[in-house]
Design a protein around this ligand. Structure first.
Ligand SMILES: [Mg+2]
Length: 234
């Protein structure tokens, strides 16, 4: 096994930061001048389209969703809303404690690291400025690719960009978006991060996976032990 492909939210990010998602979206609503609960609902219901890029970038997305809510923000208001929205998204993607050092360790061990994230425009736009970017060899974003998990094309793209056959890739995720089903079908070796130390985190997953991988770990740092004990880990 030469590569490890990670899910992003709830896997590399701090699962407890998911609890901030609603309040950050509502902070954006306040700047746009849209009723917060209505805006939250509109953002939630547009999620499937937003993560495959159908709304465009963050600025176009916020304008479109505000209009759906009956408000047409002017440019100045929209500028402030984009800034507020990006600041909120940064809070939601706070790294899981210790995860950056784990990524450094895995790279030092010689693994190539990839990412497959079902994400909207915010993560794609901010990625190069994040602490994750320099540690991930091949990030694959649903927003950019126009497909969401468990679409086989995302897994094939990640493996191809790493230059590694899918059969030599671990896929590590907290089990949203039927991602392990997709990883197994792609020929990768799935690992579930249970987030057992984060009560309620499982309830925040979108479209949870019914397939339960053989390999299960509570924390991402347990991955180091799992890889070390894997017999064909060459
Ligand atoms: Mg996840």
């Amino acid at each position: 096994m030469r590569a490890i492909i990670f899910d992003f939210f709830g896997t590399l990010t701090d699962p407890s930061a998911e609890l901030l998602r609603k309040e950050t979206i509502q902070a954006t609503a306040a700047v746009l001048g849209v009723e917060p609960e209505r805006f939250w609902s509109a953002m939630a219901s547009s999620f499937p389209q937003r993560i495959v890029g159908a709304y465009g970038g963050t600025r176009d997305t916020l304008r479109a969703v505000a209009r759906q809510c009956g408000t047409d923000p002017d440019d100045e208001r929209l500028d402030r809303a984009v800034a507020t929205h990006h600041a909120g998204a940064e809070r939601v993607r706070t790294p899981r404690p210790g995860v950056l050092a784990i990524l450094d360790h895995l790279r030092a061990e010689g693994y190539l690291l990839g990412l497959i994230s079902d994400c909207s425009s915010e993560l794609y736009e901010a990625w190069p400025e994040t602490d994750y970017a320099s540690r991930i060899d091949a990030p694959v974003f649903s927003w950019r690719e126009g497909h969401r998990k468990p679409d086989p094309r995302l897994y094939a793209t990640a493996a191809a960009r790493l230059g590694v056959p899918a059969a030599e890739c671990w896929f590590v995720g907290d089990g949203g978006s039927r991602e392990h089903h997709g990883a197994r079908r792609a020929g990768m070796r799935p690992v579930l991060v249970t987030n057992a130390a984060y009560p309620g985190a499982g309830g925040l997953r979108t479209d949870p996976d019914s397939y339960l991988p053989d390999h299960r770990i509570d924390e991402v740092d347990d991955l180091i032990r799992l890889l070390g004990s894997s017999h064909d880990n060459k």
